[in-house]
Structures are given as C-alpha cells and as structure tokens.
Design a binder for this molecule. Structure first.
Ligand code: BGC
Length: 252
C-alpha cells in the first residue's frame, strides 16, 4: 500500500510515475504526455487510461488536477476545457479504479504536500505558502503543516489583471519577457501575497524552480524566506500519490 501511481494533470503536460510514499521517491522513470488540446474530459481520460496501462498499474492512484477539487469533483478548470466542471475523475475511470483507492487533489496542493514532507518545507511550522509558477499559478497554504485546500491565489488581481496572466511561466514565455522584467512581476506578486498572508516561508515550485538562479537573486527582500521547491516538477506526482495514501490511512 506504500506504492501509489501519481498522475499530475497540468495545463501543458500530464506526468506519471509510481511513488514510494514513505520516501517520496519515484520508483520508475516518469512518463510525460502533452496535454491534449482541447483538454476535454474525454481527451484527458484517454491519456490517463494510457498511462495506467503503460505502467501496468493495478494499485492505488493519486491524481492531481489544475483546478478546484472538492470531494473528488472538479469545480474550476481555468487552463483546461470548461466541460470538466462538475466531473468526478474517479467516476470517469470507474472501470479501472473499481475497488481501488483513488484520490483527486488540486495540483498545487499536491506539490505543497510533497514539499512539506520531503522538500523545502520539511519541519516548517507557522504559515508556509507554496506557489507553482507554470501554465497558471497554483497555491497551497499551510499552517503548522496542515493544508488549507483550494486557495487559488493565482487568480488575485495584480496590476489590473489575473495574477497568473502576468507572473506565470507561460506569461514569461508567451510575452517573451526578459528574466529581469518577469522577476519584477513575480516580485510584485510575492509582495502582495506577503501583505495578505505574512507567511514565514514561500516555496516557489513548477518547472521554473530548476531555473531559480535566473530570478531569485533579482527579487527584493521580503520578510518571508523564499526557497525553490526541492522536488521541482516531480512534487505534483509525489503529492498526488501521498494524498491517495493519506486517504487510505485516514480510512483505516
Ligand atoms: C488553477 C489552479 C491551479 C493552477 C496551477 C490555476 O489556473 O486555477 O487550480 O492550481 O492554475 O495549475
């Protein structure tokens, strides 16, 4: 029961790997498939089925989704097709998931769980904010290690726009921003988050965490410490798997 297939559904790619949830390590090389466009439930479901079959997986599943997830049902889908709203991911896959433990959790919440247990937030008390800068901006808020789910701080207003349209990795790429210009926007965003939440630690995740030398030194000082995610882009896979395992543990 300590081995869970983690599947991280992102706006750009869908990644999967079996995870040992006691160590946070991937048990095999991760697979990555481009997110189909349009990212309708049927198109994404086909990819999920393919990944489950490629890993010949019959154990528990932890799936992340880039939107609000309440009791396994998708409630928002800013960067995927709006047909997702109201869909239960476990129901979509019910023939392959019947009798198995399946958890579905917001992608940034999953990444945060993984960083708090195995990465940059290990042992941190008080308020910790994880932000993933990718196709969108995801957020996960912790107090004394306990997650407040579905915070959606990527959608606060920043300079008249949705924050993720200004400070995500996609905004940097699509608007062809220099690192300096983009770092200025990230700086304004972190400043605002600090004003609102006074975290003691901010963890920056997503693929961009591998390039933290390009922008972390350009940020102005906050009261909060700012660290790159230690698990980089694998945090979602690991945290998704942890969610399935924790659910099992909670159910006894
Ligand atoms: C979604 C969040 C998600 C984030 C990162 C945002 O657009 O609203 O739920 O965590 O993107 O994927």
């Amino acid at each position: 029961m300590n081995h869970v297939l983690g599947i991280d559904i992102g706006g750009t790619g869908i990644k999967a790997a079996p995870v040992d949830v006691t160590t946070g390590r991937l048990l095999a090389e991760r697979a990555k498939v481009a997110t189909p466009r349009p990212a309708t439930p049927a198109a994404v479901e086909a990819v999920l089925r393919q990944l489950i079959s490629d890993f010949a997986w019959s154990g528990p599943l932890g799936i992340t989704f880039p939107g609000v997830v309440i009791d396994g049902t998708i409630r928002t889908a800013a960067n995927l097709h709006p047909d997702w709203i109201g869909v239960s991911v476990a129901d979509l896959l019910n023939d392959v998931t019947a009798g198995k433990q399946v958890a579905v959790i917001n992608d940034a919440d999953a990444a945060g769980l993984a960083e708090m247990r195995f990465g940059a937030g290990t042992g941190e008390r008080g308020v910790v904010l994880m932000l993933t800068l990718g196709t969108g901006i995801g957020s996960a808020l912790f107090y004394d290690g306990i997650l407040v789910p579905n915070t959606e701080f990527g959608h606060i207003e920043l300079d008249g726009e949705d924050a993720e349209r200004r400070a995500s990795e996609r905004a940097r790429e699509e608007q062809d921003l220099s690192w300096g210009k983009w770092a200025g926007r990230v700086d304004a965003y972190l400043d605002k988050m600090e004003q609102l939440l006074s975290p003691q630690l901010i963890i920056i995740g997503g693929g961009i965490s591998r390039k933290s030398d390009k922008f972390l030194p350009r940020l102005t000082t906050l009261r909060a410490r700012v660290l790159p995610a230690a698990l980089h882009n694998d945090a979602g896979i690991v945290g998704g798997a942890m969610a399935a395992h924790d659910q099992t543990a909670a159910l006894g």
